[in-house]
Structures are given as structure tokens and as C-alpha cells.
Write a protein that binds this ligand. Sequence first.
Ligand code: FRU
Length: 485
Amino acid sequence: MLHKDDQLLKEQANEQIREHGSLVQRDPYRLHYHVMPPVGLLNDPNGLVYFNQLYHLFFQWNPFQTDHGSKFWAHMTSKDLIHWEWQPIALAPSDPFDKNGCYSGSAIVHENKLYLFYTGNVRDQAGNRESNQCLAISEDGITFEKKGPLFTVPEGYTPHFRDPKVWKENDMWYLVIGAQTEHLQGRALLYKSQNITEWQLVGEISDKEKPLTDFGYMWECPDLLLFDNQDVLLFSPQGIEPQAYQYHNIYQTGYLSGVLDRQTANFNHQEFIELDNGFDFYAPQTTVDGQGRRIMFGWMGLPETDEAFHPTKDYRWIHAMTIPRELTLKQGILYQQPVKELTQLRKELLLNQQQKLVDEVVTLHEIHHDALEFIFQVHAFKGKSLEVSFSEHTKLVFNKEMQTLTLHRNSIKSYQSEARTTDLQELTELRVYLDASSIEVFVNQGEKVFSARLFDAIPYHELTLQVNGTLDYHLQAWSLKNVMK
Ligand code: FRU
């Protein structure tokens, strides 16, 4: 079903890389070890899967502009989640059923072939939307043949119907998909199939006893994660109002954990928990790899907010992925840890100090790098507050009296300080990944995470520890390699 313009569109996209790729490479804010677009705009991770000893990561890509538009699926592979190789463009919006974008979706392996499920976005002349859930198949994992639409919007829902995520259990295929009811409420729907091509709607994933009916106007990019006998529905709702320290970004990402009945879609679950406490995190996707680990990438960005102000647009690119993270579930809470392979990035041990400080400010002068890993272990702390700063504007403040942890940064839009806060009773560890324009903070072995883009002066050299109280700590810092060529 190859449309005649498919090769041409891909060729035009490649031409953008040839023409502007070196400008992207010259940006001082270009990332050293995060997946980023070769040119243009990146958004959601798609099709994350482990196939024939390789990790495959696809992403939403607009090669022509640093704005959202008709998306392609860019494609990369890796043996170790650290070193990535570009593969030919997987999907281009070239067919009548996906002409305004090959939108987000997922990948599964079946009979040694790679199956991609994605949403074909179509707009008519009046701008009305149509959503087709489509399939593409690859024998070699590199070239994909589009098979066209499998199903479209069910009755009772609007065309905001997208982002299929497929998995297999006991010879049955399941799929979750983001939807909007005709009453403009966000939902996730469950489908099942015996043969991968014919899909039957099971129903709305919902707790029949206490349904979450009024929770935003659209749920994007749902994913269903299985941990032993527990299920986690991860999704990105839109239209949630800020509440205390929660929901301060334009759109949210979080999860419900509980038990999903595959026959009825009834989902007995706990409260919604936000997955990331920082500024830039959205539409994550997970897969189970060859070692049985649940691996997640997120888009380290958000639509609309700040996009117009990113300085990287001058270098013809915008947005990036998070680092790969391993997820585990403990008492209904998702923990996120950087995958262990990331230790391969360590270049030089810059600091290794075990100390006791009493009401002091210590500046760690010897740091002068664009990319760093930083592990700060708190052996004992008595007092009011602890502050770790990475630059003039970027700092983490643990307020023991208030039991909060706050990330401060310089706003991308206004160059004024802004903050995100989360409740935290005790601080035992901060593991921080800094790249030329990003920070990811893993708190207490992944109990809480902050992800954010930073447009600070680089290299970072202002590492400072400010202690208001008595602190016994161990601090290690490494410079990190540049592996994104
Ligand atoms: C989430 C999202 C998805 C959609 C894709 C389009 O960021 O809006 O719902 O499939 O991006 O690029």
C-alpha cells in the first residue's frame, strides 16, 4: 500500500538533515547523551520495543520545522540504551489515512516481525479531525510496510481518539487508547484481539465503584504496565487544574495503580499520582526488555508552553527524550531509576568526598563541565534546610521544616526564577543527571523525579552546598561522555 509520495517525503526529510544537521551540531545547548532530533521537532517516544537483541526507539518528528505539524516516525536502534544509531525514517505521513501525521503508537514483536500501531491523523478542509488506528509491519525491523487502518472512532466518542499501545497476555492481544467522550471528558479504552487485525472494544477503563469521570478533557498516550498481579495505567491527561503542589504544568502525566479486569475493563484503582515533579515531562512510553525490565522514555518537553522561547530553535531543533529509566512498583508507587547502563557514560570522577558540615556554604570549584552525574547521599541531617545549587539559577532545596523539596530554574520564557515543589519527609539521596540543557533529579532511589530543560550558562561550575543545620554526607560527581554524535 505504498503511496507514491512516500519516498519523496522521506527524501525531503533527509534533505533537511543534510542541509541543517551541522547547525544543530553547533548548538552549545545540544545534548551529549539524550536522544534529540537531527533537525526539527521531536515529541513523544513511540514504538519502544526490544527486538532481535536491539532496542528500537521511534519518536514523533517534524523534520521541516521546529513546530508541531504532520509527524513522521523517526527511528533509532541501540544495543545498550546508551549508544544509538539512526535508522531510515520508519513512517511518513504519505497516505490518505495518515496524511496529516503518523501520530503516536507502539510496537510489538509477532512471529519474528515488528508490528507498529499508530494513529493516522487526517484533517479535512474545514480542519475537522479524523483518527484511524493503523498498522505497519516490518520483517527486518528497518523497513516498514503500511497495512492501512484497522479501526476508527467508536460511537460515543469524538475524533480525539489516538495513541494505541498494544501488548500480549495468554494468547490474547490487548490495546489501550486515549479517547474523549462526546461530553468532552478524557478516557482510556480497552480493546482485545485474537489475531492482531480485528479489534473488539471491551470498554472504558474505569472503576465502576468510584469512576474518575471528571478528570480532564482528553487522555493522551495511555500505557498499561503489569507488575506481578498489579496493573498500572499510565496516561497524560489534559485539562487538570493546579492543586497545592500538583499539576502545575500545562498538561500532566501520571498513573493509577490497581487491578484491571480484562473481561469488563473494570479497574479497581488507587488515586492518580503525578509521575514527574519537574517542568518538562510528557507522554512517556514503556516496554519490557530482554532482561524483563520495565524501561521507560518520556518526552522531556510539553506542547505549547515555552516552545516559542526555546533558544535551540535558532539552531533548527527543539526538544529531547529523557534518559531511559527502569520502573518498579512498591506498594502501589512507581519508582524510577536511571537504567544501570548509564554508568557507562562516566568519564572522570571529579569529586568523592565524605564530610560533616554545620551551618556552612561549600562551593565545589573544580567542576567545569557540560555534562555531569552527581550522587549526593545524606547519611544524617538535622536542621532546617539543605540547598544544592548547580548554577546561578538552578537549585534544589530540601526544606525539612516544611517537608518539601523544590527545584528552581530560570524560566525559559521570561528569564525569571520559577519553581516546582513536592512533598518530601526525608531526604536520603539525590541522583542528578545534568546535560548541556537539561536536568533530571532522582530522589530517594526514584521515589520522586524532577525533569526539566535548562538554558543556563554552561559549563556548569557553581556546584554549591548550603547547609542550615548539621549534615553528614557523601558526594560523588562524574563528568559524562558525549555519545550523541
Ligand atoms: C502527545 C500527542 C499525542 C499525539 C502526538 C502527535 O504529545 O499529542 O496524543 O499522537 O502527540 O504528535
